[in-house]
Design a protein around this ligand. Structure first.
Ligand code: ZN
Length: 253
């Protein structure tokens, strides 16, 4: 068993309502010490704070999913983050999603919302936990332009060329268990330096089997695959990834 942190999960999701305690116990048994539970809406963000009172391993994050191109909801979320800053481990998930949002003006609103979250990250010192589906290159450019400092790119679906400026900027990439079945993620892990990798699960999705509910214990599956791709022991991979996570999330971890 290795020390792991699941850096991006949706533990408020109602698919966990019947057995959340068992899910947390299985995570602990798999070596997952902390779980960052991101949010997509205000309701999720509030639920994360409640769950954090019940489960000490849960580190709550608050953000607005980029499909919600709603400036008012984004402003409310920023206020919520400021008000709960001491309890939160990250701002997320936030970002760009050009698969869901195809309209040019709506994409501009996504950018505007993400820019304001970058400013909030610089103001509060909180990590940005970033979603960038079909928009990896755009998200990285925006983050670098805005001089974002603490950045985790979650389930990055771009190529190494799009990722490289983020590596140079000192950003981190979290790898989900779906790396066992995604050639794109395998290639990305091969090209990225070990020093910028984290693990996540994105539970309940992005599991090793797309038909089965994913859960934080599967962070160990992502670790195993990373170790195999990098041709190092699981122990060495786990130690490096833990240290990377600590570097990004200090003083929370
Ligand atoms: Zn997610």
């Amino acid at each position: 068993m290795h020390r792991l942190i699941d850096t991006h999960t949706h533990l408020y999701d109602n698919s966990f309502d019947t057995d959340r305690k068992a899910v947390m116990q299985r995570a602990a048994a798999a070596g997952v010490e902390k779980i960052i539970s991101v949010s997509e809406t205000m309701e999720d963000a509030r639920r994360n704070l409640e769950l954090a009172d019940q489960y000490p391993a849960l580190m709550p994050a608050a953000g607005l999913y980029p499909a919600h191109t709603d400036l008012e909801a984004a402003a409310q979320m920023r206020e919520f983050i400021r008000a709960n800053r001491e309890k939160l481990a990250a701002i997320g998930e936030v970002g760009l999603d050009f698969r869901i949002v195809e309209d040019h003006e709506q994409r501009q609103i996504q950018r505007q919302i993400l820019e304001a979250f970058v400013d909030l990250s610089l103001e509060t010192g909180l990590v940005l936990n970033v979603h960038s589906r079909s928009a990896g290159r755009h998200a990285v450019e925006l983050l670098i332009d805005k001089k974002a400092e603490k950045v985790q790119l979650h389930a990055f679906d771009g190529k190494f060329g799009a990722a490289q400026p983020a590596v140079e900027a000192g950003y981190f990439f979290s790898i989900p268990p779906s790396v066992t079945r995604s050639r794109q993620k395998q290639k990305l892990v091969r090209s990225l330096p070990l020093s910028c990798l984290l693990v996540e699960t994105d539970s309940p999705v992005l599991g090793p089997d797309p038909q089965t509910r994913n859960e934080p214990a599967n962070a160990a599956v992502a670790l195993k695959q990373i170790a195999e791709i990098k041709n190092i022991s699981r122990k060495a991979a786990a130690a490096a990834i833990y240290e990377n996570t600590r570097r990004l999330y200090s003083p929370w971890i």
